[in-house]
Write a protein that binds this ligand. Sequence first.
Ligand SMILES: *[C@@H]1O[C@H](CO)[C@@H](O)[C@H](O)[C@H]1NC(C)=O
Ligand SMILES: *[C@@H]1O[C@H](CO)[C@@H](O)[C@H](O)[C@H]1NC(C)=O
Ligand SMILES: CC(=O)N[C@H]1CO[C@H](CO)[C@@H](O)[C@@H]1O
Length: 338
Amino acid sequence: MNDYVRLAFTLASSIFWTAVMIVWMAIQVFKHKMDFFTQKKRERLPKVLDGWNHDSVKLSDVTLHYVHAGSTDKPLMLMVHGFPEFWYSWRYQIRHFQSKYRVVAVDLRGYNESDKPSGIANYSAARIGQDLQELVIALGYKSCVLLAHDWGGAIAWGVAARYPEVVDRLVICNCPHPKGMQKAIQSDRGQLLKSWYMFFFQCPILPELMFKARDFKFLDQALRGRAAGIKNRENFTDDDMEAWKYTFSRPGSITPPINYYRAAFQRLRAATLPKAPIQAKTLIIWGTGDNFLQKAGATYSVDYCRDAKVQFIEGASHWVQQDEPQLVNRYIEEFLAE
Ligand SMILES: *[C@@H]1O[C@H](CO)[C@@H](O)[C@H](O)[C@H]1NC(C)=O
Ligand SMILES: *[C@@H]1O[C@H](CO)[C@@H](O)[C@H](O)[C@H]1NC(C)=O
Ligand SMILES: CC(=O)N[C@H]1CO[C@H](CO)[C@@H](O)[C@@H]1O
């Protein structure tokens, strides 16, 4: 698509979905009155977030916070969360892989305890990818096994394309290669409809208001709702939900994650990835019950890799590594043993 046509389409879609959301929010305010604007005070660190090993590292532009486990003489396994999440999304994988790897689950810039630079331009996927390349080196490694989900996946595809020397193996959960996503959008209206919220996120302020409304109802619906949420409820408890709400109720913690979407849309020409296929051997794990991403995106992604395969998990939600931790861990383990 011509860049200007794309820009005009993005603008029109953003205005359309913002209008829809204004109507929706007006109805919500009418129904719930002041409850729409209120959140519970959360001052104490939830128990489930207690007892992990934390550290942080200063990179060229930001300081990133991470949780780590396993000994430093083991190979590095770096875990990269998606939106709207934080390191804790990898709890089942941190516990499982710490015996064989130095496991590091990072908070991306803008998230949780990592630095939150101001402005939208600071959240371009290319810049965040550079953080990860610097992180591997700063942790004292030359390369890593890179695990990534959702937005983290989009960043990780970029890292594997731009800095192939730092990625030994790539494991991506429910996130298409950027070109696979483009193809999915062009070949299938369904993907465009499922991406509606990305257009709404282009609007200032209102997405942040929607995120917080009714004590973070958005998080309940996204992570535990009937349509989009985790299917195996025992793997995402009330305490886990509190951990999410605690994290996103810290001051200034909502705008930066939404700025990832704004940065991605506001450039006339998306920074192009190198033409060469992804060099690292790649495993794409995909919950087919994903309410945000069409399964076709997984299959298309294989075309942009030297050596990749897709492992579908029938019926699992978008949050696949939390929904089916045992299966996901087993598939990763088998892949790493190949
Ligand atoms: C980030 O998470 C940790 C727990 O892992 C918590 O102590 C801290 O308050 C959170 N910080 C922010 C800014 O959300
Ligand atoms: C990026 O973040 C830094 C630190 O917060 C800020 O000084 C700078 O103006 C930001 N850049 C843009 C383009 O917003
Ligand atoms: C690690 C863990 O608690 N996994 C559970 C996730 O949900 C499945 C299906 O209900 C259970 O079998 C697992 O034990």
